[in-house]
Design a protein around this ligand. Sequence first.
Ligand code: GLC
Ligand code: GLC
Length: 628
Amino acid sequence: MARTPSVADDDIFDLRLARSAPDLWPMLEALYGHRAEYGAFREALLKAMRKAWKDRAPDLKRLDLKRDLEPDWFQRSDMAGYVFYIDRFAGTLSKVLEKLDYLEELGITYVHFMPCLKPRPGDSDGGYSVMDYRAINPAYGTMTEFEAVTEELRKRGISVCIDLVLNHTAKEHVWAKKAVKGDAKYQDYYLMFDTPDLPKRYEETLVEVFPDNAPGNFTHYPDFGKWVWTTFNEHQWDLNWANPQVFLEIAEIMLFLANRGVDVLRLDAVAFMWKRMGTRCQSEPEVHMLLQALRAVCRIACPAVLHLEEAIVAPAEMLPYLGRGKHDGKEGNLAYHNSLMVQFWSALATRDTRLMTHVMGTHFPDRLTNATYATYIRCHDDIGWAVTDEDAAVLHLSGPAHRAFLSDFYDGTFPGSFARGALFQENPATGDKRISGSFASLAGLERALAEGDAAGVDLAVQRILMGHAMIAAFGGIPLIYMGDELALLNDYSYRDVPEHAHDSRWLHRPRMDWALAEGRHEGDGPSARVWRGVRHVLARRRAVPALHGGVPVRIVACDAPQVFAFRREAPTGVVLCLFNFSESWVHLPEAWVRAQGVGAMHDALSDAPVEVHHGNIALPPYARAWLI
Ligand code: GLC
Ligand code: GLC
């Protein structure tokens, strides 16, 4: 009798379905089981997953298998990400390929193409207002080119992340257009009301994301007589996730994109996906059920693909996006560590890490299941001061006063501030003021250069490199935002672009400065120093496997309040990571360092022995060290 040569494709699908079905159907049953069309919906979803698997290219299927065999691939210390707008970095998609040597030289193994699907014309909220999820922004290229680019990146071992905006579509999306024409099926894709009564009642407990230029959460369209839910801008219409058809459509889009060679889907603004009267309509339990179900769909039909969930919320609210309780290990593989980012800037302004130590040590577990953080210092968005009043009170600070101080410090108006930045969406009703600005400008480089202050330039460079060393060591994938590796300054030219002028986030979305990049190997200018420093940090990260995202991170209170400390507790030994958030020297007793489990007294970051003077180790201004 002839032996079957290998496991058939259908068998593989069935095995993966059996593995992940328990994560999928119960969620969908609970969300949609009461709807008459539930049975048909379930059938349609199963069919879509089977078809996507059947259509999946052989090299992607191979990658699926590889990642099933090495499920921790994204947690390893060789992962390092780079985030950019295709046009601002390279011009077009195909030209990205010409820049790969630059990225590889820096040590990048993961790229996030900022929104690249076809946006509405004109102001598209930086591409987050999508009118066609199956087409690439024509200004960047075509879907065929996109596939060629992902294939080349895959060959080079670089993963590709793209945005999937699933809270809203552009009002120019074909679904929205049909809804406007009166098609009831598509009106049920959105949240539309005939009278302002319900919107008014919802509004009582909602917050405003863009109070400045898009106040309120609903938009009235007199021409077709509806009030439409628009959490973000007027042109971004919230989807109705209580309708299973929306789930099906987005799941199909997700699988379509996965089969074009995407490795990571950044699920945008997920907190807002489920609405409940009387709440803020953020992070409702159903959001996590939806996200677990979407995750399971990928685990079944394209298991190589990961989900990065974007929920920029307070610590306790953020963790569930990485899977908590019954969702443990089943939700986002990655989520932004917004608190680490906020606390970095807070401690940098105060030269005091006690609030940071409290927040990091109290709210976050020392390890996660099947998940890790996306760690970052800057991204394309503003910085919101997500410090709760309760956490501030532990340090005898007033929450509102501390948050106001941080805004004043980083818009540069606070006396003695080193920063230059701008306010974003000041909300007089709540006193909330968010901040825009590039890493380098917020860290003091712009001001120091303008004032011809050489010592200030040096301090700014040290602050920047400390930030990079911190996100490289904390655990997770460090994401470098384009230009931060060259210490690019604020870009004030956005004020002259009509569709950007109202949005100060464009201050820190500069165009790549390739001339500056050319000079990265020579001289002692701040850009070259930062570039070489970042490359060094990433090279050392690769050399220290104990920085793997699965290795527990334990926050340690240090006697010197200027120093933020954590221990990575690997089976091979401890890595004690130290960061001096001040421009003063700090001395730490050798005995304390040894008590943390450091034996060899070697700094894995500088790759040099630690010097001990009279029983102390000395940390220079803005020092960073990974002691083993
Ligand atoms: C996300 C994006 C942000 C955008 C918003 C609305 O939070 O990061 O840039 O404005 O979603 O899509
Ligand atoms: C708010 C939202 C976040 C969005 C940002 C845009 O912080 O929570 O999702 O990215 O606003 O500025």
